[in-house]
Design a protein around this ligand. Structure first.
Ligand SMILES: [Zn+2]
Ligand SMILES: [Zn+2]
Ligand SMILES: [Zn+2]
Length: 283
């Protein structure tokens, strides 16, 4: 049995398993919902899935016909979704505790991969769904990013932002809080000066969550669709932008994998980007 939970701990669940599949999805919907370069999904029989707490806090957004995306309305973590017709539950692997006993087997939707992310492992890659899934991709019109500067938006499109200044740094963070908050292998955050970020629309829909036991850690997400959004920290004068929410190339690439000592059991780092057990030393 595998347990899973959201970042704030309100939504909790158990999965009897066994997991039949684990796959990385690079589609724009997964990228926006998680805010990460890709989502990693673990598939198990729906009959063996149950909530053990917080089901009333689960928000739902219909991202395409027949596809629902669920999230914790308090912290924004992605929550598993049942595919009733197939009798399966699809779980965001970043929220699973311990080793689920399966590893990712493929990359799908690499045709819509983020321009700033490079796949370097040897797993099979599929432009959309692998043929054996027997599923048709739902077409999605990309967000309008014809304005100036770097732009981003949530999955439902009600929230959009623009950034005027240059990026300060970009990291892939594998710490357990980022994994739970992004519901993915790791966060991919681009840091800007706080003043450089401007909400183009929907600022009133941006909900923030501050992890009580942490000094600085928090998340921000769209109240309507649960997508990860930038979080502005005025006391540190930074805007932490989840790169998966970007609609344009930020022009920066990740300089380090950080907190790799707490990475998930199923997470394999194969790129040449420097790795640090925790934070890189200050220069
Ligand atoms: Zn939560
Ligand atoms: Zn996807
Ligand atoms: Zn939204």
């Amino acid at each position: 049995m595998t347990k899973g939970r959201c970042l704030c701990g309100t939504v909790r669940y158990e999965i009897d398993g066994p997991f039949s599949n684990m796959a990385h999805c690079h589609c724009s919907m997964c990228r926006k919902h998680h805010g990460s370069p890709y989502a990693t999904w673990a598939v198990a029989p729906l009959a063996g899935f149950r909530y053990t707490g917080g089901e009333e806090a689960v928000g739902r957004y219909d991202s395409s016909p027949g596809f629902r995306r669920s999230f914790c309305t308090i912290c924004g973590s992605v929550v598993p979704d049942g595919l009733e017709s197939a009798g399966m539950v699809i779980c965001p692997a970043g929220n699973l505790e311990g080793d689920p006993g399966i590893e990712p087997g493929l990359h799908m939707f690499v045709g819509s991969k983020a321009p700033w992310y490079e796949i370097t492992d040897g797993l099979p890659q599929f432009a959309e769904y692998p043929p054996e899934f027997g599923m048709q991709a739902a077409p999605r019109t990309p967000a309008d990013a014809s304005g100036d500067g770097v732009q981003g938006s949530c999955l439902c499109g009600r929230v959009a932002y623009a950034i005027s200044g240059a990026p300060l740094r970009m990291f892939y963070c594998h710490c357990s809080r980022c994994r739970l908050g992004r519901s993915a292998a790791h966060a991919a955050n681009v840091f800007y000066k706080a003043d450089d970020l401007r909400w183009v629309r929907g600022a009133e829909l941006v909900q923030e969550f501050q992890l009580p036991e942490a000094q600085f850690f928090g998340t921000a997400f769209c109240r309507c669709c649960g997508s990860a959004l930038p979080r502005v920290s005025l006391e540190r004068n930074v805007a932490v932008v989840p790169a998966g929410s970007l609609d344009t190339d930020p022009g920066i690439r990740a300089k380090a994998h950080i907190f790799v000592e707490s990475k998930a059991a199923w997470d394999r780092i194969t790129d040449p980007i420097p790795q640090f057990a925790e934070m890189p030393p200050r220069r």
